[in-house]
Design a protein around this ligand. Structure first.
Ligand SMILES: [Zn+2]
Length: 57
């Protein structure tokens, strides 16, 4: 029942991830291709590079 316990803890998990994202935005995200331009895909909590489309979690 790993999925169930994850869902039950999602409230704190979400605020933790939000904090992580804010820190990440401050520092800037750089892709392996050198681009710093990314889309933020909120539904999966991932950055997607605008140039090469690789994803950074
Ligand atoms: Zn890239």
């Amino acid at each position: 029942m790993i999925l169930f316990s994850f869902t039950a803890n999602f409230g704190s998990e979400e605020s933790c991830r939000l904090h992580f994202k804010e820190e990440r935005d401050k520092q800037g995200v750089q892709c392996k291709c050198g681009s710093k331009e990314h889309f933020w895909i909120k539904s999966v909590w991932i950055y997607e590079c605008k140039k090469c489309r690789s994803r950074i979690s």
